[in-house]
Write a protein that binds this ligand. Structure first.
Ligand code: HEC
Length: 109
């Protein structure tokens, strides 16, 4: 018997594999990839946006809410020399936003 694997038969398996791959990533790895934060931010290096380490060093852990709001609503003019605004990510889940902020704050040196 010959089985023809058409696109439609392969796609569901590809989708399952992709879901599994994402499930194996840590929260920050997945968000960085899905939301493309690294188009503007590097972990260490100052780019068009402050690095995540610079952000961690500027804010105390108790200022977590400020950073959550900055990601959800966007922000501009807080970081000297940054011409771009930080875009609002209003579609990210609360869990993902909070997880990202906790990860960023954990980079404090
Ligand atoms: C289009 C470029 C761009 C992208 C994409 C981007 N950012 Fe930003 N982000 C910026 C800029 C520019 C600033 C500094 C804004 C300022 O000067 O107020 C910033 C600031 C921040 C801050 C600090 C806010 C504050 O209150 O000081 C956090 C936290 C942050 N970004 C997280 C993220 C996360 C997480 C993502 C991905 C979900 C992301 N950014 C994606 C450009 C970007």
């Amino acid at each position: 018997m010959i089985i023809y694997l058409t696109e439609n038969r392969v796609e569901p398996f590809k989708a399952m594999a992709e879901k599994q791959r994402l499930a194996n990533l840590s929260l920050h790895e997945r968000v960085l990839e899905q939301q493309r934060c690294t188009n503007c931010h590097d972990i260490e290096q100052d780019k068009v946006a402050p690095s995540f380490t610079m952000i961690a060093n500027r804010y105390a852990s108790k200022e977590r809410a400020v950073l959550i709001e900055s990601i959800q609503k966007g922000t501009k003019g807080k970081w000297e020399g940054k011409k771009l605004p930080m875009p609002a990510y209003h579609k990210m889940t609360q869990k993902d936003v909070e997880g990202m902020v906790d990860w960023i704050l954990s980079l404090k040196k």
